[in-house]
Design a protein around this ligand. Structure first.
Ligand SMILES: Cc1cc2nc3c(=O)[nH]c(=O)nc-3n(C[C@H](O)[C@H](O)[C@H](O)COP(=O)(O)O)c2cc1C
Length: 411
């Protein structure tokens, strides 16, 4: 049964922004019975409008044609007591836009010129923000943050913790330019009103985020997982690792990055005692602790995965050494996430291992990863520059691993 609990919340964000762009949207319409005369008159209107705009100091490119349409026009006429729709001629509609940075005085001059223009354009103003796209991006991020906060509050109230995000649906923000129509004849008066301080533009966005919810003890942040995933050299041998568990680790590693995406590895899984007995003696443990023979009898790993490069796929093994580390660590993290642990073993002879496992010649063992349920205590410590990086054990066999300090490794 699928008992994954999920929680969906909607995060919202809003911002009021003073407009800094104004668009004067103009519509020119000509009607008449003669097609060519209509088209010519519309062109003349556009020229006249362009001249008026240029006279105000604008560039020709500031005035953009947004649409141009020619339609047939009909009207209802009564003939012999019967109403009929009859062809009346043509209608040419041209929509233009003059956009510029918001400047009250300039807008006033534009509207006055339009009011005085003999072509009488229909006029509509809209305000916008120059960096509307950036505002939208910021709001989207805020909406996601809002969703996380709400979800955390709700999950906490339910005695649960948030797991991972399984879905985000963005709704697409709204910040439509504010528009209003201006009667061309009264344009200047309207302009005086509008050119004062235009109202702020309201932008908003929302996102739906679906989270899994987990029991609080299962919630662990990633850094805690990484810290818990140590190189263990002592395991509880009563906890056998199944082949399915090993497959799940590989299934995780196959999503790891790979140089030029060659993915040159195949994986030998070992969890049967006979295989463990073949591999264990070929592995070298804790070179820095020569007087210890780790793992102690009864504390051996209960599974191994041999990462082998298929040289038919990629013959050059030195090219993929980094990839080996990436898949190995991914598998170790997958194990740690399940309360298990492991260690990478590079200290082995690939030839001896190949022979012991009877591997075909095209499979070159690159690294062994041992797994089991950890049964030893490991403590991370910080080391100052010049201090020893050797791991060590105290009289209770607690294992200490010195790690360089953050401030010493950030350049
Ligand atoms: C590529 C690689 C190979 C390793 N090979 C061995 C090995 O052969 N034997 C061993 O005992 N530990 C081996 N280790 C484990 C390291 O000793 C261990 O990572 C180091 O002591 C730090 O401990 P930590 O992993 O808990 O941080 C290997 C680690 C890496 C990354």
């Amino acid at each position: 049964m699928n008992d994954i609990r999920t929680l969906s919340v909607t995060g919202r964000a809003e911002a009021a922004v003073a407009p800094d762009l104004v668009n004067v949207e103009l519509t020119l319409t000509r009607r008449g019975p003669d097609y060519e005369a209509c088209v010519a008159a519309s062109s003349a209107d556009a020229d006249s409008l362009t001249a008026a705009v240029l006279a105000l100091g604008f560039d020709e490119t500031d005035l953009k044609t947004r649409s141009y349409q020619v339609d047939t026009d009909y009207e209802d006429r009564q003939e012999n007591g019967v109403w009929r729709r009859v062809f009346a001629g043509y209608r040419v509609t041209r929509e233009l836009r003059l956009g510029f940075s918001l400047d009250a005085e300039r807008l006033g001059r534009v509207l006055q010129a339009l009011a005085e223009s003999p072509v009488h354009p229909e006029c509509r103003l809209s305000y916008a923000a120059i960096n509307a796209e950036k505002i939208g991006e910021k709001l989207r991020a805020e909406a996601v943050r809002d969703a996380f906060e709400k979800a955390e509050t709700l999950a906490h109230a339910a005695g649960l913790a948030l797991g991972s995000v399984i879905r985000i649906d963005a709704h697409g923000g709204s910040g439509a330019p504010r528009k209003f129509a201006v009667n061309a004849m009264r344009a200047f008066d309207e302009a005086k009103i509008s050119a004062g301080t235009p109202e702020d533009l309201t932008f908003s966005d929302s996102v739906d985020v679906t989270f899994t919810m987990v029991k609080p003890e299962a919630a662990e942040d990633f850094i805690a997982l990484v810290k818990r995933s140590r190189s263990f050299r002592g395991y509880d041998e009563s906890r056998k690792i199944t082949r399915e568990e090993l497959i799940s680790f590989v299934d995780c590693a196959r999503f790891a990055p790979s140089s030029v995406n060659r993915q040159p590895f195949q994986y030998v899984l070992a969890c049967e005692q006979a295989d463990l007995d073949k591999i264990q003696p070929l592995t070298g443990w804790a070179r820095a602790l020569p007087d210890k023979r780790l793992p102690y009898p009864g504390k051996r790993p209960t599974a191994f995965i041999v990462i082998a490069q298929n040289t038919d796929w990629e013959p050059d093994t030195s090219r993929f050494l980094k990839d080996v580390g990436i898949v190995a660590q991914t598998m170790l993290l997958a194990a740690a996430a399940k309360g298990l642990g492991g260690i990478m073993i590079g200290n082995f002879s690939p030839e001896k291992l190949s022979a012991a496992l009877d591997l075909p010649a095209n499979l070159r063992p690159m690294l062994i990863v041992a797994f089991g349920r950890p049964d030893e205590k490991i403590v991370l410590t910080e080391v100052s520059p010049g201090g020893s990086l050797d791991y060590y054990r105290d009289e209770n066999d607690v294992h200490y691993v010195p790690k360089r300090r953050l401030e010493d490794i950030i350049l």
